[in-house]
Ligand binder design. Structure first.
Ligand SMILES: [Zn+2]
Length: 190
């Protein structure tokens, strides 16, 4: 099954160049992105939220104008292999997820997704074949409306200097920046 305008082999090469290797998750993610895009009205300006930080964000960045850098893609790690794609002005959109009930026909794909067997016992070639053969048939789709704080009119607001670290930050974050509120995932040691 093609992935948008790409054949599976073409997309595999794109994924290898971008992601480092043709990761099964990015290949499956490609079908998920195209399924979501097809469900939206043509020409709509959309944004995306990935519910997993693994692989799925790269499928989104390869196949849509949405990236982490332009902030049209956000990663909210809910630990589910799913994405939502929505009209950036109205918030109306769809959620595409892997439907566990549809995995019965694809044993290698299911074993990989559900981590049913150790990596050494997985058959990488069969896994990619199943991903290509299944396409978006292992996915479900739901209708969603994104919360209003994700819409285009939600601006960053005023920028101030944090009284603790002295760096610029959005004043809406509070009296001090999020880093100094304890959000930084490191200790400064030099
Ligand atoms: Zn600070």
């Amino acid at each position: 099954m093609n992935i948008g305008a790409h054949t599976f082999e073409e997309f595999k090469s794109l994924v290898a160049a971008f992601h480092g290797y043709p990761a099964p998750g990015v290949l499956l993610g490609g079908y998920m992105v195209e399924m979501a895009r097809t469900a939206l009205p043509p020409g709509v300006l959309f944004e995306v939220v990935a519910e997993s930080a693994k692989c799925l964000p790269d499928a989104i960045q390869l196949l849509t104008p949405c990236s982490a850098g332009n902030n049209w893609m956000k990663v909210i790690n809910l630990g589910r292999y799913a994405l939502v794609m929505y009209d950036k002005y109205t918030g109306e959109g769809v959620r595409v997820y892997v439907d566990a009930r549809r995995l019965e026909a694809w044993p290698e794909l299911r074993a990989w997704l559900m981590k049913e067997k150790p990596k050494a016992e997985q058959n990488a070639e069969n896994l990619l074949k199943e991903i290509e053969a299944a396409g978006d048939r292992v996915c479900g789709i739901q209708t969603i409306r994104i919360h209003s704080r994700f819409l285009e009119h939600a601006h960053m607001g005023e920028v101030g200097l944090c009284p603790v670290c002295g760096e610029g930050f959005p004043k809406n974050d509070g009296a001090i920046c999020r880093g100094c509120q304890g959000g930084a995932p490191y200790d400064l040691i030099g």
